[in-house]
Design a protein around this ligand. Structure first.
Ligand SMILES: [Ca+2]
Ligand SMILES: [Ca+2]
Length: 406
């Protein structure tokens, strides 16, 4: 095990730009048993927080510490993992790999799941998200997303299936939603899933086509709110529009929203990859337009400015944004109490940023509070049953890490 220490935000910028590992970030080969790295002093953490927030009212008055030191345990490795979810009523973690395999990990080890649908593997596409459905403990229903081919190119789909944990078998796969239109290219599928009560939320990326994010006849560049069987929810904000596709929309103007999570009060938050700079954490409001590609705090790759989010431009600005990019690939809102200082806060995994970020959430206010250089691209985050924070690296040989208070 090793310990991870938070660093001041200024240091993150250095790491993100240069890729230079911090001393606390040991390369994989040197992560040995009980290596304790120097922990950040409380004052370093406080200064990072203060730099972002002019009035850190919670720092002195809080009965719990501002932060925690992290002890990192390295578990198994996976091949290009994309998503993971704990399965309620079991001690199993289900993990997807982009190449089309699904794994179950529990105390007895890692098993491959049979019955996974055929997926198109290209670019960013392949097998995507997996989450347990509301009836998982009684009937094993899970929701998953992947990429399929069809007229016009490729697109994401969402399906339901039954997952038998003891047999490590998926059955009764049924497609319930399709990203439309299918287009050429193999980027920005997004296809992240979240369920609140009896509604399924799906993030649908812009497929690198940009303009469709502002159009009512395409599901590209939207966050959708569906029934649990994939139909447009009855009271969606665009239901009155004369465009049947828009009846699925909850919000629009998105680029590549790879994070989707509810806080304990039921607010929906999303992380979105910006272009060159301008990565976003958004509070998702029904009917709102988040600006892409008309407004972005980033700019086009290869040149070309995009007007920043500005008061009065008609678009919902991000609550937090990152320039240069961190490439947020995942979002988790911590509900546990194992880390009592962090209950209710958002955690974001950075791909190009190779970073774990904590954002302090307070109602509708979000403030970046801490970050930990991880020394590798971070693909997925999940909160374990006892409140430990589980982290999946990206790419071949990606490690599954468990973070606990040290
Ligand atoms: Ca935006
Ligand atoms: Ca801009």
């Amino acid at each position: 095990m090793r310990k991870l220490a938070p660093v001041a935000l200024a240091t993150l910028a250095l790491v993100a730009c240069s890729g230079t590992p911090e001393p606390a970030t040991a390369p994989p080969s040197t992560v040995g048993p009980t290596t304790s790295a120097p922990a950040a002093s409380p004052s370093a953490t406080t200064s990072a927080t203060t730099a972002q927030s002019p009035s850190p009212a919670t720092s002195a008055a809080s009965a719990v510490p501002e932060t925690h030191e992290l002890e990192v345990t390295v578990h198994d490795t996976f091949d290009e993992p994309w998503a993971m979810a704990w399965l309620p009523g079991t001690d199993a973690l289900v993990i997807t790999e982009r190449g089309g395999t699904m794994k179950l990990r529990d105390a007895s080890g890692v098993r491959e799941v049979s019955g996974v649908p055929e997926v198109v593997v290209a670019g960013q596409g392949g097998l995507g998200d997996v989450i347990p459905g509301p009836t998982f403990t009684t009937d094993g229903t899970v929701y998953l997303s992947w990429v399929e081919a069809g007229d016009g190119g490729t697109g994401a789909v969402v399906g339901t299936a039954k997952l038998d944990v003891s047999a490590a078998a998926l059955s009764d796969v049924a497609v319930i939603w399709e990203q439309r239109p299918k287009v050429d290219g193999d980027g920005h599928f997004a296809h992240r899933l979240a369920i609140q009560d009896d509604h399924l939320f799906v993030s649908s990326g812009d497929r690198q086509k940009m303009d469709p994010a502002q159009e009512l006849d395409s599901t590209l560049g939207k966050i959708l709110r569906l029934t649990l069987d994939g139909q447009p929810a009855a009271d969606n904000p665009f239901s009155g529009e004369d465009a049947p596709v828009a009846q699925q929309f909850y919000s629009m103007g998105h680029r590549n929203p790879l994070g989707l999570a509810f806080d304990a009060d039921g607010r929906l938050w999303s992380t979105e990859m910006g272009p060159k700079g301008g990565d976003e954490l958004n509070l998702i409001q029904p009917g709102a337009n988040y600006g892409w590609p008309v407004a972005s705090n980033g700019s086009h790759y290869g040149g070309g400015e995009i007007p920043d989010h500005t008061d009065g431009d008609g678009f919902e600005p991000p609550k937090v944004f990152w320039t240069p990019s961190i490439s947020p690939g995942s979002l988790m809102i911590y509900q546990g109490t194992l880390f009592p200082a962090w209950t209710g806060d958002a955690f974001i995994g950075g791909l190009s940023g190779e970073v774990l970020i904590r954002v302090d959430l307070d109602g509708e206010t979000a403030t970046e509070a801490e970050n930990w250089p991880m020394g590798s691209r971070i693909r997925a985050l999940s909160e374990g049953p006892d409140g430990a924070i589980w982290v999946l690296e990206d790419g071949p040989g990606a490690r599954l890490l468990e973070l606990r208070p040290s």
